[in-house]
Write a protein that binds this ligand. Structure first.
Ligand code: SF4
Ligand code: SF4
Length: 460
């Protein structure tokens, strides 16, 4: 897309969403690359799809470890015939390839050789046509900024691979110039141009189709919100089978996927579909395995080796402090307490949290003993008797408490003292020494929720 087109689009539309993917093969140059027989991977795949001539030879080298490299290799394999050969060269190890596991497995299943730790140095040509690729062997060194071990050349290890076709597939770049791609931020869909959004591969250079669809949905919501339109898109839809107990039992069982059938390896020398679709019944069976993680996750509570994360339930509610705009909203039933005494900070929960949370740091720290409470800088402790329980909270030097009896909750902090109505959680009987009580009120309501969790944990 050229600038003129984009200006026209912006004139005619209030918002523009760019979901054009990354359509340019990333430039890759070693000496001799201009020889006949070096093919652009995307053009190659496009030509094959459109049944055009590609210029593919019989001895094909693919350079790269991403999904496009795998696609190019499997496509070439189907075209070179039984007397042809397709090989993938990668400068790191197979386990470090960015391609999807399924793609790499399919490549290996289809007898395409992957040569690891090989770096191309130059193309040798005869009469302007590719004749071989000069390569160098590599070894893995220290980790680089991507967290992967950096490949380093081994001196004197140069060697030559005879070939007639080379397809460098080392990544893809954006194919438009009307926004400054250097200013794109993977966590922000808005571009520097007002009203122009970007998502999918065009923004993050290649995650999954699911991630791209998710980007589209989020951008649609951003646009709807910015227009002030109420489509009720954020409505909480109650799902069919989200009974807490039933769902936790379901999560404890392993139900295997129905799986899909694949064409046998000896029948893949064509472009027919390899993976067949599920039948209607299989689709329903597969979908019924869903664990509704968006409704109840609780993964951290199931994998903590010390049982230091406790899942409990609290009905969602919204409370408002009368005479103010201040609200407290509890939006979901499942809640989690971190049992500080039992946690050895192994970090497992951090590693496996699907939302990149750190439950052992972020969830309320509930202490089981006065000693543990005293030794920590922040957390909660439950004291008192069954008829009158108090939840204490400290954050370094600041202390507060919430006491529950059959009629109300009483909250104390250094300057604030009030009672909360048990039904509305609004303040009654305020005896505070300050009128700035919004922050304390929010803390008090939060402590009402945590108190219920602490009681469920202790069976009180
Ligand atoms: S903290 Fe993470 S793992 Fe635990 S319930 Fe929430 S999303 Fe799931
Ligand atoms: S860090 Fe603590 S809460 Fe998290 S898994 Fe380890 S012991 Fe459990």
């Amino acid at each position: 897309m050229i600038k003129q087109d984009s200006n026209e689009l912006r004139k005619k539309n209030d918002f523009v969403y760019i979901a054009a993917g990354a359509q340019n093969a990333r430039a890759f140059y070693v000496e001799g690359m201009e020889a006949e027989g070096v093919l652009n991977p995307l053009q190659f795949l496009y030509d094959v799809k459109n049944e055009k001539s590609t210029g593919l030879g019989k001895r094909v080298l693919i350079i790269g470890g991403g999904n496009t490299a795998m696609d190019a290799a499997r496509t070439a394999k189907r075209l070179v015939g039984v007397d042809g050969q397709v090989r993938i060269l990668y400068r790191r190890m197979i386990k470090q390839m960015p391609a999807n596991y399924e793609e790499i497995k399919a490549v290996l299943d289809e007898s395409i050789e992957i040569q690891e730790l090989i770096n191309p140095l130059s193309v040798s040509a005869v009469n302007g046509k590719v004749a071989s690729l000069v390569c160098q062997k590599m070894k893995l060194g220290e980790k680089d900024t991507s967290g992967r071990a950096r490949p380093e050349p081994i001196d004197g290890s140069e060697f030559e691979i005879a070939c007639d076709t080379i397809i460098p597939a080392v990544g893809q770049d954006l194919a438009f110039d009307f926004i400054n791609t250097k200013k794109l931020d993977a966590n922000n869909y808005e571009t520097e141009l007002p009203g122009v959004f970007i998502g999918g591969d065009a923004l993050n250079r290649g995650l999954s189709a699911i991630a791209a669809i998710g980007d589209g949905r989020k951008v649609a919501q951003l646009i709807i919100d910015s227009c002030g339109i109420d489509f009720e898109t954020k409505k909480n839809f109650k799902k069919a089978d989200t009974d807490y107990r039933k769902l936790m039992i379901k999560k404890a069982k392993r139900i295997k996927s129905v799986g899909v059938s694949e064409t046998s390896l000896n029948q893949r020398n064509n472009f027919n579909l390899i993976v067949s679709s599920l039948t209607r019944e299989e689709t329903i069976e597969e979908a019924s395995r869903c664990l509704f993680c968006d409704e109840i996750c609780n993964i951290c509570t199931t994998l903590c080796p010390n049982l230091a994360l406790f899942g409990y339930q609290h009905q969602p509610f919204t409370a408002q402090l009368s005479g103010t705009e201040t609200k407290f909203e509890l939006t979901q039933v499942p809640q989690i307490l971190h049992i500080a005494d039992w946690c050895n900070q192994c970090g497992n929960c951090n590693t496996f949290c699907p939302t990149s949370g750190a439950p052992y740091k972020e969830k309320p720290h509930f202490h089981l003993t006065q000693e543990s409470f005293n030794n920590d800088s922040e957390g909660y402790l439950l004291v008192g008797s069954a008829s009158e329980m108090s939840l204490l909270y400290k954050n370094n030097e600041d202390m507060c408490s919430l006491t529950e009896n059959s009629e109300y909750f009483t909250y104390f902090s250094e300057k604030v003292r009030f009672q909360l109505n048990r039904q509305t959680l609004d303040i009654e009987d305020d005896k505070s020494f300050t009128d700035k009580i919004e922050k304390d009120w929010k803390k008090a309501v939060e402590m009402c929720v945590i108190l219920q969790g602490a009681k469920q944990f202790l069976g009180a």
